[in-house]
Write a protein that binds this ligand. Structure first.
Ligand code: 15L
Length: 274
């Protein structure tokens, strides 16, 4: 598939660029910054996804080169900011990309959503796993942005028939380093497996899955990902012996969103210092 990858210069983007190419996809990078080394200039667009004209220009210029089959949207600020910044970073960008897809007849959208869309969900204490049917329960304005972006995807799936898969990513890291990450870790290779499955699943419509590795201590249900063909392989348990306990573990393990549920991240919705 010819895949337009937003946030291609970011940490997840760089892993996906290599991993998706290894799986036979042609990756076209899009980011606000110039191409990192390893990207042919011809396969790169420097543009801001909040700018619909810039996004449309990317789709237009790719038309003569074989077009775009799918969008993988990983661009966006990966942490907490004010509400306006969160809406721009996660919702406006998603809206601009979905509008460009409708205009150009592109029907597959894969989104880097986050566990923080349901971050204030208490961790089940009976060994049960949280499913994708749990209600949206953001822990931050970041999480609110992810919930709203998922809602837009649902709208465009119903209204325009777009296949839109929201991957609620856990902790994308080389290795887990905390107790919570024994549950939430997503390895680099499993991230590539997840996105490849979301790209190639047959007519998923609007779907949500949890983006974690095959962690023995997972709090989140694997079924939704498996239904789309995502079979994670790595397991954070392999690193458990090297992870020491910390005083903050109890708080981090109380809710899905871990440190994002801490009072230290609380700020006004309309933060005038931004
Ligand atoms: C995320 O969505 C964040 O982008 C990342 O910074 C981590 O906080 C991660 O979730 C996590 O929950 O570990």
């Amino acid at each position: 598939m010819r895949v337009l990858l937003t946030g291609a210069a970011g940490s997840i983007g760089r892993v996906l660029t290599v991993g998706l190419a290894d799986r036979g996809h042609t990756v076209i990078g899009l980011d606000r910054v110039p191409a990192p080394s390893g990207f042919a200039d011809a396969d790169w667009h420097t543009a801001d996804c909040t700018d619909i004209d810039a996004v449309l220009a990317v789709f237009e210029s790719e038309r003569s080169r074989g077009g775009i089959d799918a969008v993988v949207h990983m661009a966006g600020h990966p942490g907490e900011a004010g509400l306006v910044a969160a809406l721009e970073s996660h919702v406006i960008t998603t809206g601009a990309l979905l509008d460009a897809m409708v205009a150009h007849g592109v029907s597959r959208f894969v989104y880097g959503s986050s566990n923080h869309a349901v971050g204030f969900t208490p961790r089940p204490d009976d060994g049960a796993q949280v499913t994708v049917a749990t209600r949206p329960r953001p822990d931050t304005f970041y999480g609110v942005g992810k919930v709203a972006a998922e809602a837009l995807m649902s709208l465009y799936a119903d209204r325009h028939g777009i296949d839109a898969v929201a991957c609620r990513i856990g902790s994308f890291l080389h290795e887990p380093t905390t107790s919570r990450q024994l549950a939430t870790w997503l390895s680099h290779d499993d991230c590539v497996r997840m996105i490849d499955a979301a790209l190639t699943a047959t007519t998923p419509g609007f779907a949500v899955l949890y983006g974690i590795s095959a962690n023995g201590q997972a709090w989140w249900d694997f079924a939704a990902g498996q239904a789309l063909g995502f079979e994670p392989v790595d397991n954070a348990d392999e690193f458990a012996a090297q992870i020491s306990t910390r005083p903050e573990d109890a708080h981090e393990n109380a809710f899905i969103g871990g440190p994002f549920t801490d009072s230290s991240v609380v700020r006004p919705a309309l933060d005038r210092s931004e």
